[in-house]
Design a protein around this ligand. Structure first.
Ligand code: NAD
Length: 499
């Protein structure tokens, strides 16, 4: 059995706690490796080493740090196939989807190449007589990221890229479900020229997370995962005096107006609802057609598309639309929620519960399910299902549809499909959700914008990636300076160069 490691001080380091978690191949339902779960002592030692290494990295000029990022991008492209294969084998998503996972992280690293520009401060010449005022953005020191299983390449890169480019040392605690890709990313960053100790990957569970929350050296924590854990980390991290941003779960609504292009809406819903087996925080899990006629037309278009979906292992290449769920427990939970939907009176139009794939009977596959006539009191509406299940809630009017998105406790993403610009504009202005798509089902902002949900989908006041990430992982120092008049003689005649 393959035994994974931590990555500390530029080396693979075996776990010493004696505790391990199994890492599965979800398509086969078999354990393929075990990952060490760090003790508090292991975490604290990694942090102490990072603290010793950070001052030199923080003092390295930003252009040189950016060059490490530039080389990292090259290496990510070089190893794209290898990374995608490792990612799919532990997560279960298809190879094209795994490449997308790496790619959307890589794009944030590309953005981080602009660190010299992003870290430029502000300057006021002659704020008073002989007085200049300037501000600079300085790294915080040692910072941390705690990341979920569903994007094991992208989200670690969203966190580590800006933190490292800004001059911090970074402690990554990735998901224990799919830890191989984060370890590979650390190896690549070392190859790209990152000094040892500046990125420490410490694998673990609650014990390692609690050690991060309580370690006095760690200045900031970026978390992505489910809402109950996000709330816990936000509360405990903030009360320990740290800067904390936490991104949580979601229930993303897509409103379909009567004037929408119904083929376009149905295609969008199938991709956004079932892609990656619904294990995306930006998945559309609720369709809200406006008017019964719209709902009937939409369901009529959806059913044949859903029935055609191909579910299978990533090894089947492009012949598969989505793969298994990540664990047996995740599968049981989703099946339980589908059962509860039936019991609470929703109409199960497409039933994915009895899905079987020859040769993969032990894999964690579920066929796609579609519910109609879902109401807000049902568990399948209230909870984030995080599986290949799409719920339809019928609304009579646009205002009622908008109300569903507004009243739900989550506020990560939402979309509207319409041909009417005025309705789309009204929706974008009024909806209390962080990311909005107009005829775009999964409105994930690109690297140079920022990503973040509202309500119970986001805690803290800055978003992920884009300029906000550089604000989160730096602090501002403002200097007011006055120089007495001095001698103005002597001079330098050669053109100064930065070394
Ligand atoms: P999770 O909350 O179970 O785990 C996230 C991280 O927290 C992992 O590193 C895990 O080891 C750690 N953790 C788990 N239980 C803990 C505990 N009791 N105490 C301390 N730490 C603990 O989430 P997941 O299942 O890995 O990921 C799926 C969730 O993440 C979904 O809810 C999804 O919507 C959300 N997500 C949100 C975003 C976003 O940007 N809003 C992006 C991706 C995923």
């Amino acid at each position: 059995m393959k035994e994974l490691t931590h990555f500390v001080n530029g080396q693979q380091v075996k776990g010493t706690s004696g505790r391990f978690a199994d890492v599965y191949n979800p398509a086969l339902g078999e354990v393929q490796a075990r990952v060490p779960l760090a003790s508090k002592a292991e975490l604290d030692a990694a942090v102490a080493a990072a603290a010793a290494a950070q001052p030199a990295w923080g003092a390295t000029n930003p252009q040189r740090r950016a060059r490490v990022m530039m080389e990292f991008v090259r290496l990510l492209n070089r190893d794209m196939d290898k990374l995608a294969e490792a990612l799919s084998s532990e997560h279960g998503k298809t190879i094209p989807d795994a490449k997308g996972d790496v790619q959307r992280g890589l794009e944030v690293i590309e953005f981080c190449i602009g660190a010299p520009h992003l870290l430029k401060g502000e300057f006021t010449d002659s704020a008073g007589p002989g007085i200049d005022m300037y501000s600079m953005r300085q790294p915080l020191g040692v910072v941390a990221g705690i990341t979920p299983f569903n994007f094991p390449a992208m989200i670690p890169m969203w966190k580590m890229g800006p933190a490292l480019a800004a001059g911090n040392a970074f402690i990554l605690k990735p998901s224990e479900r799919d830890p191989s890709v984060p370890l590979m990313l650390a190896e690549l960053l070392k190859e790209a020229g990152l000094p040892d100790g500046i990125l420490q990957v410490v694998n673990g569970d609650k014990e390692a997370v609690d050690a991060i929350l309580d370690n006095p050296t760690i200045q900031a924590i970026g978390f992505v995962g489910s809402t109950p854990i996000a709330e816990y980390i936000y509360g405990r991290g903030c009360s320990n005096g740290k800067r904390v941003q936490c991104f949580g779960g979601a229930k993303n609504h897509m409103i379909i107006m009567p004037d929408a292009d119904m083929d376009q809406a149905a295609d969008a819903l199938v991709g956004a609802g079932y892609g990656a087996a619904g294990e995306r925080c930006m998945a559309i899990s609720v369709a809200v057609p406006v008017g019964d006629e719209t709902a009937d037309r939409l369901i009529e278009k959806l059913v044949p598309r859903i029935e055609k979906l191909k579910v299978g292992p990533y090894t089947a290449g492009n012949d598969v639309d989505y793969g298994p769920l990540v664990t047996a427990q995740a599968k049981e939970r989703v099946l339980g929620l589908i059962n509860s939907g039936v019991e609470q009176g929703a109409e199960l139009v497409v039933d994915g519960r009895n899905f079987n794939l020859q040769g993969y009977e032990s894999g964690y596959f579920i066929g796609p399910s579609l519910f109609d006539k879902v109401t807000p009191d049902m568990e399948i509406y209230k909870q984030e299902i995080f599986g290949p299940v799409l719920s339809t809630v019928r609304a009579k009017t646009y205002e009622e549809a908008l109300g569903y998105a507004m009243d739900h406790e989550y506020g990560n993403g939402t979309a509207i499909f319409t041909r009417d610009g005025d309705t789309a504009r009204d929706f974008a202005a009024r909806v209390n959700v962080g990311m909005v798509g107009i005829n775009v089902p999964i409105p994930v902002p690109l690297a140079y914008h920022t990503f973040g949900g509202w309500k119970k989908s986001g805690f803290g006041d800055l978003n992920q990636h884009g300029p906000d990430a550089f604000r989160f992982y730096t602090r501002t120092k403002t200097v007011t300076s006055r120089w007495p008049s001095g001698l103005k003689e002597g001079g330098e005649f050669h053109f100064k160069q930065m070394d």
